[in-house]
Design a protein around this ligand. Sequence first.
Ligand code: AMP
Length: 306
Amino acid sequence: MPVLVVGSVAFDSIETPFGARSEMLGGAATYFSLAASYFAPVQVIAAVGEDFPDRHRRLLESHGVDLGGLATLPGETFRWSGRYSFDLNARDTLETRLGVFESFAPRVPEGMRRPEFLFLGNIDPDLQRGVLEQVGRPRLVGCDTMNFWIEGKPEALRRTLAGVDLLVINDSEARELAREPNLVRAAAAIRAMGPRTLIVKRGEFGAAAFGATTPFAVPALLLDAVQDPTGAGDSFAGGLMGYLAAHAAGGAAITDGMMRRAIAMGSVMASFTVQSFGVDGLVGLSRERIDERFEQFRRLSHLGEA
Ligand code: AMP
């Protein structure tokens, strides 16, 4: 069952305490697609400029990602640069250059208009809604956003959230979106905006899910070497949505347990991403390595029998 994603495909320039890289392949849709590709076929809706090299396209295609909805427009590819703090828990955006995203009006190709699983990656909420309006009602609509849009386009974001089932954002964004410092109360306020499930990413502390039943929390894997946290959130979302698409195939219900395992798989995919710069940690993985890490994850917080 394919997952359709709209989001940025970008050139990222990143500084962390462990090094700096410029103009790497990045973007929310890129990280999402690579992570999800290990579980389900992925189709991307995005735009790049004429400066986007063929080797990046080939890398995505080698993971089975369908680029039929990736438009090449006159102008520059989206560029983002950021710098991380010593403990990697905080980052400053140094520059955001929208490039072709400034004039991009997403068009979903005919053959991609009936997705069961749709992910609205972190881009302008008006563009996210533009995609939502072109597709038949998907079974599950996931969404990500960030402070740039929460502060810059709050009304447009509210309209988009009304059509979203599952929102995946980080804790500071949740607090900012709800204008509420307490996370539990912020979650209730956000769920009242539309998404029936809210997943709050908490960086190296894991993630918490707020849905119809009791909240659920998972830790993050404890890694001895983290190089670059960029894309962790998008990889988390890719692992999560890919897992759901694979396991809810044929109309199977998305149970609480399935959602928990999907969140754990999101954490597993994020853990691969942060161990290397850019998308390197997500390239060429095997299902064996992924499943092995999933088991490691299961052991991390297993409480044993009483
Ligand atoms: P994450 O670390 O998961 O928050 O995602 C980082 C990715 O988001 C980078 O690869 C950036 O290219 C992309 N990104 C950063 N800012 C924006 C923005 N305003 N709109 C769309 N994508 C962005």
